[in-house]
Design a protein around this ligand. Structure first.
Ligand SMILES: [Zn+2]
Ligand SMILES: [Zn+2]
Length: 228
């Protein structure tokens, strides 16, 4: 089993790929995902089931879903596709409804949607499980007050009961995030909040580094895009 970040910039897109001989997993499916898959070393995931885990509904985490589903339909992907999303994630509800309404008359694959609460364990194989953790996130519009809290989950993949990989998605600093990354062999930790003023919906680099101490190894992702 291997993991790689296909792309990650806050406000643009994030997508993480996990390959396993029996399945593929994607964690978040931002814009440009199909291009990222084509440009990556790996073959397009056509020959095994696909599990897609969504941390929350912001466009930089779900914007590539419609294209991915259309792309897989075009390629006659015919394995089970399971989409896992936080319960109440309106963007996934409407995106999937729109896709199914448009194309359900001919869809070569079965799409199952699992609405997750925090602390839920999804069994993928006999040895691989994915557990959901509550994260703390809000929408934001530049120049305006932070918006309401939205359903947000972090995920940890367990291999033979050991925490193999943790991914925070977007979150403010909270004990729940520590629980997620604690003792992970590897963690992808967001640090969008570059200017360092503590807020309730994104981690600062310092907070991400602090959380990194609880892991065996980590990488900071989802930093701000800066135009050169
Ligand atoms: Zn984001
Ligand atoms: Zn977000």
């Amino acid at each position: 089993m291997e993991h790689q970040v296909l792309y990650s910039k806050a406000g643009i897109a994030t997508q993480i790929l996990v390959e396993h001989p029996e399945f593929f997993m994607l964690f978040d499916v931002g814009d440009g995902l199909v291009r990222d898959l084509l440009n990556s070393e790996i073959k397009i995931p056509l020959n095994r089931p696909l599990h897609i885990f969504i941390t929350h509904g912001h466009f930089d985490h779900v914007g590539g879903l419609f294209s991915l589903l259309g792309f897989l339909r075009m390629l006659n992907f015919n394995y089970l596709l399971t989409l896992y999303a936080p319960e109440g994630c309106i963007e996934i509800e409407t995106l999937t409804r729109s896709f199914l309404k448009s194309y359900n008359s001919f869809l070569p694959f079965l799409m199952k949607i699992e609405w997750l609460q925090p602390n839920f364990t999804c069994k993928i194989t006999d040895t691989v499980e994915v557990k959901s953790y509550k994260m703390h996130h809000r929408g934001s519009i530049i120049g305006q007050e932070a918006l309401d809290e939205i359903p947000a989950l972090g995920y940890a993949i367990f291999k033979d009961k050991k925490k193999w990989l943790a991914y925070t998605g977007d979150t403010g600093f909270h004990k729940d995030v520590e629980d997620l990354v604690e003792q992970a062999q590897f963690a992808y930790i967001e640090a969008t909040n570059k200017n360092g003023d503590i807020n309730s919906y994104h981690l600062t680099t310092k907070e991400a580094e602090y959380l990194g101490q609880f892991t065996q190894n980590y990488e900071i992702i989802h930093t701000r895009y800066e135009k050169r």
